[in-house]
Write a protein that binds this ligand. Structure first.
Ligand SMILES: NC(=O)c1ccc[n+]([C@@H]2O[C@H](COP(=O)([O-])OP(=O)(O)OC[C@H]3O[C@@H](n4cnc5c(N)ncnc54)[C@H](OP(=O)(O)O)[C@@H]3O)[C@@H](O)[C@H]2O)c1
Length: 349
């Protein structure tokens, strides 16, 4: 972490999680860049706090995002945390949500964080340090009816967080996917309803209302201040989880979904194995590896990895590279294997 006061940029701070986060990070000693698309909505107390810097930002506007991040870095010299918080819900059954509404949902909930991450990654790579907090939702696992596009947008965020983590953790950059259950914010009033409802989906609305009653009313909504305190606690914590579960609302249902998924995978192993190659047409790389000259396996593996990397970066592997691999293969298998390898790779080129 930077020796100076850490700098955090938070999106969507006019209400809810974002507004509460501004207060708590500022109190925790961060310099907070509190962003929102309409500055008139800012909590009046933000202006009097020396730890808070207000900035206008619509996350769907890539130029706005890039320019703001550049400005922050020019002013403070570093940016330690990006908290992708802004988001909303386009509700309605799949058929009821018009294309433009579904696209707007993805533009905000998925492409908004993409815009922000693209803006901060070069800085964080250069710093060799940073923490990206992406707000997903338990809906990414609950896959809630009447929230198809919201759930899909959050599942996309979670998937992006998982992959990004694998790419950047070696560069000193942490990623945490925040997965809240249910909290009392402006989320409900900011949810968009479909222009037309189809009567055929009345039973789905009924089931959805029952689910919401069970999860959010019976179990009670979570405590927003405590939820944000948990997020603040995990920020810049080197041991922060990749998936930060925030709140118990929907937890059992999300867990049941994950177990069901494992069950479906396990239940299909025998069937899916039928797509494996026949033993005599096994993967040529595996074949070479298994037939490598005694004691040369590690070297051969290294060469194969290098070849695959070359294939990934320019789509080609030169014959000379293949021959280098061949030189390590047992002479009796050489001709046969060489032919198969060249055919396989050139076939894929
Ligand atoms: N509350 C929950 O139970 C819950 C559960 C799971 C996940 N979440 C997620 O938590 C995050 C925060 O939501 P919340 O519950 O705090 O709801 P909220 O009170 O409605 O806050 C959402 C914030 O996002 C902002 N926003 C929306 N579109 C934007 C855009 N294009 N550019 C910039 N800001 C934009 C809103 O700004 P405006 O005031 O300008 O509209 C608002 O500040 C969201 O990503 C939400 O999906 C919430």
């Amino acid at each position: 972490m930077s020796k100076e006061q850490p700098v955090i940029l938070i999106t969507g701070t006019s209400t809810g999680f974002g507004r509460e986060a501004v207060h708590q990070y500022a109190a925790a000693g961060y310099t907070v860049i509190a962003t929102m698309r309409n500055l008139a909505k800012a909590d009046p107390s933000f202006k009097d706090n020396p730890n808070i810097d207000l900035a206008k930002l619509d996350i769907t506007d890539k130029e706005n995002a890039t320019a703001l991040v550049a400005k922050v870095v020019a002013k403070y010299g570093h940016l330690d945390v990006l908290y992708n918080n802004a988001g909303y819900n386009e509700s309605g059954a799949f058929e009821e949500v018009a294309d433009d509404a579904a696209r707007r949902e993805m533009e905000t909930n998925f492409w908004g964080p993409v815009n922000m991450i693209r803006a901060v990654l070069p800085i964080m790579r250069q710093q060799h340090h940073g923490h990206i907090l992406n707000t997903s939702s338990m809906a990414a696992y609950l896959n809630l009816p009447l929230m198809t596009f919201y759930s899909a947008s959050k599942a996309a965020v979670t998937s992006m967080s998982d992959t990004l983590h694998k790419e950047v953790s070696g560069l000193g950059i942490q990623v945490t996917d925040i997965e809240p259950g249910g909290f009392n914010t402006n989320f409900g009033v900011n949810s968009k309803l479909p222009a037309h409802q189809l009567p055929d989906y009345a039973p789905v609305y009924q089931r959805s209302a029952e689910f919401n009653a069970r999860v959010f009313i019976e179990a009670g909504l979570g405590d927003l201040k405590k939820a944000v305190a948990l997020i603040v606690r995990e920020t810049l914590n080197p041991d922060a989880p990749l998936h930060l579960v925030v709140g118990m609302q929907g937890y059992d249902d999300a867990r049941a979904y994950l177990e069901q998924l494992i069950g479906e995978y396990d239940g299909q192993v025998e069937l899916t194995k039928t797509t494996d190659p026949e033993p005599d047409e096994v993967n040529v790389f595996k074949y070479i590896y298994q037939h490598a000259a005694a004691g040369k396996q590690a070297q051969l593996k290294e060469l194969l990895v290098q070849d695959i990397m070359k294939f990934q970066t320019n789509g080609k592997i030169a014959d000379a590279d293949l021959l280098a691999v061949m030189q390590l293969v047992a002479p009796d298998a050489q001709q046969d294997v060489q032919q198969r390898l060249v055919t396989t790779i050139h076939g894929a080129n």
